[in-house]
Design a protein around this ligand. Structure first.
Ligand code: AHR
Length: 504
């Protein structure tokens, strides 16, 4: 069996594991809203049409912040269509997803849902077909206490107190030619800077996110960030990053190394932001909002769109995630944690049905996809300070990313409880013996060792009929001896190892 080594030392601290790293995303796309979080008449729905089964799963998932209402959808959206008496709301064409939007669900319903789910709302404004004025109107409606037309309209609609939304995205993927209202970096940078400046006049407490690249493969990647930040650096708090990894070609070795790409992406965005900071003499370091990331069988999307005409809430990109996909998602979370000093917000796309950890059937049950589990366990146990682990690992070759390590890890130390959690991915097709040196944190004993192993059945999925086929399994809890222990990481697996004070 191949071996790897890991040394844990609280001195190697990266930064706090911000709860905002465990965000998700609700877009008016497919059945994420309609038939996902909202389905009036569903047996579990409350009087407002919110599905309680999905709310329960959202809380179990441990989601901290939820981005809304898009995504590509937001670039053609008129937010005021979705407020006020439902019977008066217009039906519109949503160009992003070739869908009819009924507007039965809008901002006020989302805020009610977010409060029930116990999540922080993160709003996106439309800088595709709209501009500064509409962004200001939305902010006034949402955050101004009262005494103006739009804040009083909110109160008239039943929300006496302002929503106090702190996180605001200045548009979505404006670098993408597919985006309605797509712009050049200079065009976008100018409008984003002006929207940001004016929005902070209404509410200086908000944090603003400028659009970075839609992914690292965009031909404009890095120059887009540089130009946009030249315009916006002083007005914004984050630059966004998005990425999806597509397993459709069956190249398991490469998909398992997706986190290597995410890692490089983050490093490059940080370098670009720091370059602009140096050039413009800013002391403040900008953070990344990684507000769309996931595994996505993306090559199937176009056929889905081409096949049909304009309909309401069609099933769209409802990918069935495999055990391997769960390992990849766990590894992407490890990467986000490892960059906790520069990634301040992250949102997995999306929450329900649309490439989502939660799946539902209209009128039927809700269940956990394979990718639900690494997210839920990471959100639950990554509390405290993230520690750098620098593992010594064997390597393997991939078509997409070249020579990469077999092992990926991060550790989180909770100073208050004394608990230490190690997250580890073994990308290899055989088990890996991992030696862990814990002498930097004396007196720890093993609490648990859970793993999602994809080695024996990589394409296993959770379905309505078999919802628990891919779940974490308990493995023998390691017992440190003299501050050291060895664990056996199963082939192609994501694992969480927990240690804590021996006499707790
Ligand atoms: O999450 C699905 C879509 O992917 C989003 O609408 C868009 O921002 C991205 O391209």
């Amino acid at each position: 069996m191949r071996t790897a080594q890991l040394t844990i030392d609280p001195a190697f601290s990266i930064g706090p594991a911000d709860r905002r790293l465990f965000g998700s995303f609700v877009e008016h796309m497919g059945r994420c809203v309609y038939g996902g979080i909202y389905e009036p008449g569903h047996p579990s729905a409350d009087s407002r049409g919110l599905r309680r089964d999905v709310l329960d799963l959202t809380r179990e998932l441990g989601v901290s912040v939820v981005r809304y209402p898009g995504g590509n959808f937001v670039s053609g959206y008129r937010w005021e269509d979705g407020v006020g008496p439902v019977g008066n709301r217009p039906r519109r064409l949503d160009l992003a997803w070739k869908t009819i939007e009924t507007n039965a669900f809008g901002l006020d319903e989302f805020m009610t849902w977010a409060a029930e789910a116990g999540v922080e709302p993160m709003m996106a404004v439309n800088l595709g077909t709209r501009g500064v004025q509409e962004a200001l109107d939305l902010l006034e409606y949402a955050n101004h206490p009262g005494g103006t037309e739009l804040s009083d309209l909110r109160r008239k609609h039943g929300a006496e107190d302002p929503y106090g939304v702190r996180l605001w995205c200045l548009g979505n993927e404006m670098d993408g030619p597919w985006q309605v209202g797509h712009k050049t970096a200079d065009e976008y940078g100018r409008v984003a800077a002006e929207a940001a400046r004016a929005m902070k006049m209404i509410d200086p407490s908000i944090s603003l996110i400028a659009c970075g690249s839609s992914n690292r493969r965009m031909p404009t990647f890095a120059s887009w960030e540089a130009t946009v930040l030249e315009h916006t650096y002083e007005h914004v708090d984050y630059i966004s990053a998005h990425t999806y990894y597509d397993p459709s070609d069956g190249d398991q070795a490469s998909i398992l190394a997706s986190a290597v790409d995410m890692d490089n992406f983050i490093t490059e965005v940080v370098a670009t932001a720091d370059h602009v900071a140096a050039k413009q003499r800013h002391k403040r370091k900008l953070k990344i909002s990684f507000d769309e990331w996931n595994v996505w069988y993306e090559s199937r999307l176009q056929a889905d769109l081409d096949r049909r005409g304009w309909v309401e809430a069609p099933a769209l990109i409802e990918d069935d995630f495999t055990a391997v996909d769960a390992v990849v998602v766990g590894d992407l979370l490890i990467t986000l944690l490892r960059h906790a000093d520069r990634v301040g917000v992250a949102a997995q796309a999306q929450l329900a049905n649309v490439i989502a950890p939660i799946r539902t059937r209209n009128g039927g049950p809700a269940w956990r996809q394979s990718i639900f589990h690494p997210f839920a366990l990471t959100a639950r146990h990554a509390r405290g300070t993230v520690l750098r682990t620098d593992p010594v690992s064997p390597r393997y070759d991939t078509k997409k990313y070249g020579d990469v390590p077999v092992l990926d890890t991060v550790a989180v130390h909770d100073e208050e409880t004394g608990e230490l959690t190690v997250f580890a991915v073994n990308r290899d097709n055989t088990d890996l013996a991992l030696d862990i040196d814990l002498r930097g944190l004396p007196g720890l004993s093993g609490y648990s060792f859970q793993s999602i192993a994809a080695g024996s059945d990589p394409s296993a999925t959770n379905t309505e009929a078999d919802p628990d086929r891919v779940t974490p399994r308990d493995l023998p809890t390691p017992t440190p001896d003299g501050g050291r222990c060895t664990v056996r990481l199963p082939a192609v697996s994501w694992s969480v190892l927990r240690f804590g004070p021996a006499n707790a």
